[in-house]
Write a protein that binds this ligand. Structure first.
Ligand SMILES: Cc1cc2nc3c(=O)[nH]c(=O)nc-3n(C[C@H](O)[C@H](O)[C@H](O)COP(=O)(O)OP(=O)(O)OC[C@H]3O[C@@H](n4cnc5c(N)ncnc54)[C@H](O)[C@@H]3O)c2cc1C
Ligand code: FES
Length: 263
């Protein structure tokens, strides 16, 4: 589906994961069927008539309801735009451009999928878990947060998913980083999918490289770069890859971990 610009309406707002909010937004007919895990939307985070902030803000599509053409985004307030968006009530209009970006690759023969989420990096892996379970694949979803309150509730994932958590303070699950859990699952996994802060990617990469044979399992990462246009025009979001510099809003945000040049 080509990205469309439309005005959606917020139809549900749920507090989740500490200070974050899960927001359900309406979309034009056909949007739900077209969306796949990994894609994102660029959201106008300002009131009608205001120009501040000028640029749209990118949010991963966290869930989609194909029958109702609605989608969810998970918003953590960091600055002007996200704080405004997280405050919007049910009934508010919101300007959307999307779906944008590439998708996670789900090879037919990958039956055992390992997902690794840190913070709001949980979002693109929620819809990926939904798609994978619909297709009858086995999913283990590892999630890390500072404390219990920062974790995604288990009820946000399909019941078929094995959900394993880690917290920095030990208030729930493993005490330590989510990446500490990786060695137990790498033999089992056919593919690994990850989204989270840069520090998590670095730790994940060193553990995966030390524990796998060759390049299997492959690791697909969804990276977050500061974005402006979201359409490949401004080059504000480049990622250095072995194939050269790429606009992550078009050629990403999903990359094979081994193709990214990690500095
Ligand atoms: C493809 C993609 C998908 C994304 N998906 C999500 C998502 O599902 N949920 C979500 O909450 N966010 C997501 N983000 C990040 C989100 O776009 C930013 O948090 C948002 O643009 C911040 O805008 P702002 O106006 O609130 O902050 P700004 O006013 O632009 O920045 C305020 C301050 O916060 C810092 N900051 C901004 N963003 C981040 C960040 N992500 N981490 C740490 N510090 C930050 C800035 O450096 C600055 O110091 C995604 C980003 C990308 C590129
Ligand atoms: S945000 Fe403009 S090129 Fe990616």
């Amino acid at each position: 589906m080509r990205p469309r610009e439309f005005s959606g309406e917020i139809i549900d707002v749920q507090p989740v994961m500490g200070d974050a909010t899960l927001i359900t937004i309406t979309a034009p007919s056909g949007f739900g069927d077209a969306v796949r895990a990994g894609e994102f939307v660029n959201v106008l985070c300002r009131a009608d008539g205001s120009f501040d902030p000028l640029l749209r803000r990118p949010y991963s599509i966290a869930r989609v309801d194909r029958s109702r053409d609605t989608f969810d985004i998970l918003v953590r307030p960091y600055g002007r735009g996200s704080e405004w968006l997280a405050r919007q009530p049910v009934g508010a209009p919101v300007g959307i451009l999307g779906p944008l970006g590439n998708r996670f690759d789900l090879p037919e023969k990958a039956r055992h999928l390992l997902m690794v989420a840190g913070g709001v990096g949980a979002a693109p892996l929620m819809i990926l878990a939904d798609e994978a379970v619909e297709q009858g694949r086995s999913v283990t979803y590892l999630m890390g947060a500072m404390d219990e309150g920062g974790l995604l509730p288990a009820s946000s994932l399909p019941t078929e998913v094995e959900y394993v958590v880690a917290t920095d303070d030990g208030s729930r699950g493993h005490r330590g980083f989510v990446t500490d859990l990786l060695p137990d699952y790498l033999q089992w996994a056919d593919e690994v999918f990850a989204c989270g802060p840069e520090a998590m990617f670095r730790s994940l990469r060193s553990i995966v490289v030390a524990n796998r044979i060759g390049r299997r399992p492959r690791v697909q990462v969804s990276v977050e770069r500061t974005m402006a246009c979201g359409l490949g025009a401004c080059l504000g979001c480049v990622v250095e890859t072995r194939a050269g510099m790429q606009a992550s809003c078009v050629q990403g945000p999903v990359y094979d971990m081994d193709e990214v040049v990690w500095t």
